[in-house]
Design a protein around this ligand. Structure first.
Ligand code: NAP
Length: 304
């Protein structure tokens, strides 16, 4: 069912039976079978085309990552989100970049959805050169960041941990084989490894916590940091050319920060365009030396 939904959203709806029959790994071949413009290469494996996946791309920073990555030459983007049909701006981008941008349904709070999405992406590409986990939750209709211990609830703790920590690492778990393949199939090296970038937040730093508050969000970001570090050490121990890093984007004008922007000086409130440009500059210069480290938007290391 989800598979069908994803085909529909990815623009491969009409090619779905062909796809199922041949299990082609090539975006371009599938698109051509569909009669739509080919993506620009028969197969990404070994072609030098870089493939980036952005998890949580319906809006905010995730959407902007997709927008900037898809503009890059020789790059294909897979954008995932939990409700592709509702992601209108993402759908518009797909139409604009036919054959270079695919949308796959993935709900990072549901491991079976992550596993299904990983299977679908593996049918599109044999390697990933970049995976950005951009989902995040700070507040919703039933939850606001806590201002006191007395306000901490099981619901807010679990919700934050699920979206901000568990989701990121389970996505890493299911997509790791494709990141690892980047060395074998697309020339990833210690100097230029595949990159797993998990969006976290400076407030997840325990050493930097001088104000308290936002208990669930902070703790879930600390958990994200620890889980990323574990993955990084494993990549290193196994000599896999995948660098796992944690990024703090700064305060960015998105739905997540909207209710808290009042006291942020204008020069410290970044546009999405600026924030993503800054983060991609860090990603672009990531080598295995940066594996397992936490960087802010300036590229400065943040203490754990
Ligand atoms: N904006 C900032 O100032 C700031 C600062 C520090 C760190 N960050 C971090 O940067 C990342 C991106 O944040 P953003 O500002 O772009 O946030 P945003 O605009 O609020 O977007 C949040 C994204 O997460 C997804 N999401 C939210 N709740 C979810 C849930 N319950 N289950 C699954 N997916 C869910 C959303 O998908 P739907 O559209 O389907 O809801 C959306 O794609 C987050 O990890 C955030 O913590 C942001």
């Amino acid at each position: 069912m989800h598979l069908t939904a994803a085909y529909r959203c990815s623009g491969f709806a009409r090619a779905a039976p062909v796809w199922a029959a041949v299990r082609s790994r090539s975006l371009a071949v599938a698109a051509a079978a569909d009669g739509s413009p080919p993506g620009g290469g028969s197969s990404d494996a070994g072609s030098g085309t870089r493939v980036a996946l952005v998890q949580g791309s319906s809006r905010g920073l995730g959407l902007e990552f997709v927008r900037q990555l898809v503009e890059r030459p020789n790059t294909r983007v897979v954008a995932t989100c939990r409700s592709p049909a509702a992601a209108e701006q993402l759908q518009a981008l797909r139409l604009q970049h036919a054959g270079r941008l695919d949308i796959v349904q993935l709900d990072s709070t549901d491991e079976s959805s992550i596993a299904r999405a990983a299977e679908q992406v593996a049918a599109l590409t044999q390697h990933l050169d970049l995976l950005i986990n951009a989902t995040g939750i700070l507040h919703d209709s039933s939850m606001a960041p806590e201002t006191a211990l007395a306000r901490v609830t099981m619901d807010s703790l679990l919700k934050c941990f699920q979206v901000n920590a568990a989701g990121h690492i389970l996505v890493a778990k299911h997509f790791a084989p494709l990141l690892i393949n980047a060395a074998k199939l697309n020339g990833a090296t210690d100097e230029r490894p595949a990159v797993l970038a998990n969006l976290s937040a400076r407030v997840g730093s325990i050493g930097d916590n001088r104000l308290g508050g936002w208990h669930s969000y902070r703790a879930s970001k600390s958990a994200c940091n620890q889980l990323t570090k574990c993955a990084a050490l494993e990549f290193e121990r196994r000599k896999q050319k995948v660098a796992a890093i944690v990024l703090h984007p700064g305060t960015v004008d998105t739905d997540l920060s909207k209710p808290f922007q009042k006291n942020v000086p204008p020069e410290k409130l970044f546009s999405r365009e600026r924030a993503v440009r800054q983060l991609l500059a860090i990603v672009d210069r990531t080598s295995m030396r940066e594996n397992g480290r936490f960087f802010d938007w300036k590229g400065q290391e943040v203490e754990w």
